[in-house]
Design a protein around this ligand. Structure first.
Ligand code: BGP
Length: 462
C-alpha cells in the first residue's frame, strides 16, 4: 500500500472525551453536584429531549471494555477529564477515595493497553457549591481550583505526564455570561471579562503548582478552541472587524497562555469601554512565568466576519459583537447535520499562525469532529456507514500534514469523540463517536470510521 500522507514518528492518534459527557454515575460513587446536575434538576426542559447528565455513556462502569475498544481501533493516546466534583465533592475539602480509585483504574487500564493518558482538569463542570459562591468571578474559587489541580498532580502525576488545565475556557464565558447557553445564564460583558481573566489566572496557578511537582518528562498546557477569523473582503472595515473578532475570541486566551501577556489592543478596547477586569498584585508576573508547554487545538469551524452594518446603540450594554457581524460565505461547505461550516484549511492556518507568532509551540489537534443527527439512518448491515466522517477527518488531516511539512510543530490528532456522548444542552442530539451508543442498552457498535482510523493509525498515515 502506498502511504501518500505519512505522519511523524510517534504521532498521537486518539480521541477526546470529558467527564460529564461520558461518565454518568452523576449521583453515585460519592460524586458531588456540578452545575450541569443542578441545571438539569431545575430546568430539564432546556436539554434536548429532556435528557440529563445522570447516565450519559456510562463510562464509569464500562471503562474497561471501552479502553479495550480504543486499543482495537489503534489509539496510542486518549484524553479524558477529571470531574472536580467527583474528586472533591463540593469543590473544596476532603478527597473522595472512590474517585481516586476510579481514575487510577482508568489510568492503569490505559497504560496496560499502551495508550497514553492525557488528563484535562476542567471541562465546563464547575462544582455547584462553588458556582453558588460566584464561580470564576470569585478569586477564592480560583484558589480552590489551584488546590484541586495540585491534588491531581500529587495523586496521578506518577503515571501521567501530559496535563491540561482547561478545555475551551472561552465556552463557559460565552455560554454562562454572554449568550445564555450554560449555567448561570447571565448576560453581562463586564462579568464575562472577569470570568475570562480569572480563568487564565487559575490556569497560571495550576501551571505553577505543576512545576513544583517536578514530574519527570511532565508537560502542561491548555486546550483552546481556535476559530480562525476570515474577513469578507480586503476592504479595511472588513479586515478590522475580523481582527477584532480574533482579539476577542482567540487572542484573549491564546496570548496569555502562550506568550504570558494580554494583547495591548484588547486591554485598550476594554479600558475605553470601562470593562477592564479587576487585577491583583502579582498577576502579571504569574502569567508571564507560567506559560504553557503545549497547546491543544480544538477546531470545528471558522469565523466569517464582516464590518458592522448597523451600529449598535452606544448606550446599550457593551458586547464583543459591537465590532463585527458574522456572515455566511456564499458557496461554503456545510455539515448540514449540525449547521456548522466545514473549512478544512482552517487547521493549516491555525498551525501556521502558531508557528509564526507563537514560537512554534508544540501542539496537537485535540478536538475535531463531525456531529450528525439521527445517524441511525445511515445504518447498513448493522453498521453506521459514516463516509462523511471519514472524508471530514481525511481532509483535515491532509491540511495538518501540509502544515507539518512546512515545519509546524503538530504532534497528533484526536477526534471528538471516542463514542457518542451527552453534550451539554444538546444532550444526545449530535453524534460524534467512532462508536455509536444505544442509550437504552448502552451497547456500543463500531462505525465505519472506526475501522478506517485503525488503518490510519496502524500505517501512521493514509
Ligand atoms: C466542544 C466541546 C465538547 C463537545 C464538542 C461538540 O466545544 O469541547 O465538549 O461538546 O464541542 O459540540 P456539540 O455537541 O455542541 O456539537
Amino acid at each position: 500500500m502506498t502511504i501518500t500522507y505519512s505522519f511523524p514518528k510517534d504521532f498521537w492518534w486518539g480521541s477526546a472525551t470529558s467527564a460529564t459527557q461520558i461518565e454518568g454515575a452523576a449521583n453515585a460513587g460519592g460524586k458531588g453536584k456540578n452545575i450541569w446536575d443542578h441545571w438539569y434538576e431545575t430546568e430539564s426542559n432546556r436539554f434536548f429531549e429532556n435528557v440529563g447528565p445522570e447516565t450519559t455513556s456510562d463510562f464509569y462502569h464500562r471503562y474497561k471494555e471501552d479502553i479495550r475498544r480504543m486499543k482495537e481501533i489503534g489509539h496510542n493516546t486518549y484524553r479524558f477529564s477529571i470531574s472536580w466534583s467527583r474528586l472533591i465533592p463540593g469543590g473544596r475539602g476532603e478527597i473522595n477515595p472512590e474517585a481516586v480509585t476510579f481514575y487510577n483504574n482508568v489510568i492503569d487500564e490505559l497504560l496496560a493497553h499502551d495508550i497514553e493518558p492525557f488528563i484535562n482538569l476542567f471541562h465546563f463542570d464547575m462544582p455547584f457549591e462553588l458556582q453558588e459562591e460566584g464561580g470564576w468571578e470569585n478569586r477564592e474559587v480560583v484558589e480552590a481550583y489551584a488546590r484541586f489541580a495540585d491534588e491531581c498532580f500529587r495523586l496521578f502525576g506518577d503515571c501521567v505526564t501530559k496535563w491540561f488545565t482547561f478545555n475551551e475556557p472561552i465556552v463557559p464565558v460565552e455560554g454562562g455570561y454572554l449568550y445564555d447557553f450554560h449555567y448561570p445564564n447571565i448576560v453581562d460583558a463586564k462579568r464575562a471579562f472577569q470570568v475570562a481573566y480569572n480563568t487564565m489566572i487559575a490556569h497560571a496557578k495550576a501551571v505553577e503548582a505543576f512545576r513544583r511537582h517536578h514530574i519527570p518528562d511532565g508537560i502542561i498546557g491548555i486546550i483552546l478552541n481556535l476559530t480562525p477569523s476570515y474577513p469578507r473582503s480586503n476592504n479595511p472595515a472588513d479586515l478590522r472587524a475580523s481582527q477584532i473578532a480574533d482579539l476577542f475570541f482567540n487572542r484573549s486566551f491564546l496570548d496569555p497562555a502562550v506568550l504570558g501577556e494580554y494583547p495591548q489592543e484588547l486591554i485598550d478596547i476594554l479600558k475605553e469601554h470601562g470593562h477592564l477586569p479587576t487585577v491583583e498584585k502579582g498577576d502579571k508576573k504569574l502569567l508571564k512565568t507560567n506559560t504553557a508547554d503545549i497547546l491543544g487545538v480544538n477546531y470545528y469551524q471558522p469565523r466569517r466576519v464582516k464590518a458592522k452594518e448597523n451600529m449598535p446603540n452606544p448606550y446599550g450594554p457593551f458586547m464583543p459583537d459591537w465590532f463585527f457581524d458574522m456572515y455566511e460565505m456564499p458557496g461554503r461547505k456545510m455539515n448540514k447535520y449540525r449547521g456548522w461550516e466545514i473549512y478544512e484549511k482552517g487547521v493549516y492556518d491555525i498551525m501556521i499562525n502558531l508557528k509564526e507568532n507563537y514560537g512554534n509551540i508544540p501542539s496537537f489537534i485535540s478536538e475535531n469532529g463531525m456531529g450528525v443527527q439521527n445517524e441511525e439512518r445511515f445504518i447498513e448491515n448493522g453498521e453506521i456507514q459514516d463516509d462523511y466522517r471519514i472524508e471530514f477527518i481525511r481532509e483535515h488531516l491532509k491540511w495538518l500534514h501540509q502544515a507539518i511539512e512546512e515545519g509546524c510543530n503538530a504532534k497528533g490528532y484526536h477526534l471528538w469523540s471516542f463514542m457518542d456522548n451527552w453534550s451539554w444542552m444538546n444532550a444526545y442530539k449530535n453524534r460524534y463517536g467512532f462508536f455509536s451508543v444505544n442509550l437504552e442498552t448502552q451497547e456500543r457498535t463500531a462505525k465505519k470510521s472506526a475501522y478506517w482510523i485503525k488503518a490510519v493509525s496502524d500505517n501512521n498515515g493514509f
